[in-house]
Structures are given as C-alpha cells and as structure tokens.
Design a protein around this ligand. Structure first.
Ligand SMILES: [Zn+2]
Length: 172
C-alpha cells in the first residue's frame, strides 16, 4: 500500500491520487498533493541563497551606500512609492538616475533632503545618458575594431608635456 507523501497515511492503490509530474508519488487526495507542492516550493525558496535581489532591494541597497546619514526607511519607502505612482518611473529607473547623479555628475547628496533633490529633476538627463551608452555598446558589437586598434607604447607618452598642461590648467 502506498503512503501519502504529504501526511504519511497508507492508502489503497485505487484511492490514491497520483502526482502527474512524478507518477511514483502517491497522495491520499488531490488536496494533499497540492499542499505537498506548496510546502516544497516554500522550503526550496528559503534554502536558495543566490536568489536575485529585487529591484526595490537593489535601490534601497544603493541608497544605503550613498546617503551621508542613516536613511529614514519609512520615509524613503514612501518616497519611492510616491515617485513610482506620480512619475511612472520604476524602482530601477530611480536607482539608475541616482547612479547617474552620483557617479557621472558627481553631485553631493544632501542628507537633509530626500530623493526629490535628484528625482524627477535628473531623470531625463540620466535616461539620455543611458540611451547614449546603449547606442555606443550596440555599435561596438557591429563594428569590428580588431584591426583598427592603435596602441601607444607606454614609454612614448610625453610626461613633461602633460604636467605642463596640467599646471597651466590649474593656474587658470
Ligand atoms: Zn495525505
């Protein structure tokens, strides 16, 4: 007599519910088969350490990394939610705009203010920048640069000339 894989009860073969995905698995009822599947899914999820981060998690991780003071998360979550509904931006758009402001424009984060110091002000500019990068990347895959690359030997760079130019630049 087969045992139910969910509750361990012994059943007559005729009364069993067979798992359509695993014909060797038996259950007393369809309900127990469903419960078994649900439970299996939950334990599987919990034991997966390399689960990819959600968009929100990536965004809050980034905010945590760049904000000069400990972010008030209740307030920040509210801001994120409002920005998404008011502007139609995704959490990913917000993160990329922040990244653009901090890493490309090198703007300073003012800890007294929230995300509004950057968003939606810089969204369009950031989007333009990201589109430009994408366009360049796409063109790089279609053009073969292999034979076009010209390498400058390290020893031939004129250091003195460089330094002089830098000094002139600084004194202006
Ligand atoms: Zn059962």
């Amino acid at each position: 007599m087969p045992r139910c894989k969910y509750c361990n009860q012994l059943n007559k073969v005729a009364d069993c519910f067979q798992d359509p995905e695993h014909p060797s698995y038996s259950f007393c009822t369809k309900e127990h088969w469903e419960l078994y599947k649900k439970e299996k899914k939950v334990t599987k999820k919990a034991s997966t350490p390399t689960k990819p981060k959600s968009e929100l998690r990536k965004l809050t991780d980034y905010i945590q990394a760049i904000w000069p003071v400990e972010p008030n998360w209740q307030w920040f979550n509210k801001q994120i939610k409002n920005l998404c509904t008011e502007t139609g931006l995704t959490q990913n758009d917000i993160r990329l705009t922040l990244k653009y402001c901090i890493e490309v424009k090198e703007l300073q984060v003012d800890g007294q203010y929230g995300l509004q110091q950057f968003i939606p002000k810089y969204c369009q500019e950031a989007q333009q920048f990201i589109n430009d990068i994408k366009r360049v990347k796409d063109s790089l895959t279609t053009i073969d640069f292999e034979d076009e690359l010209v390498s400058t030997p390290v020893g031939r760079v004129n250091v003195h000339r460089r330094l002089k130019e830098d000094m002139e630049f600084n004194s202006n």
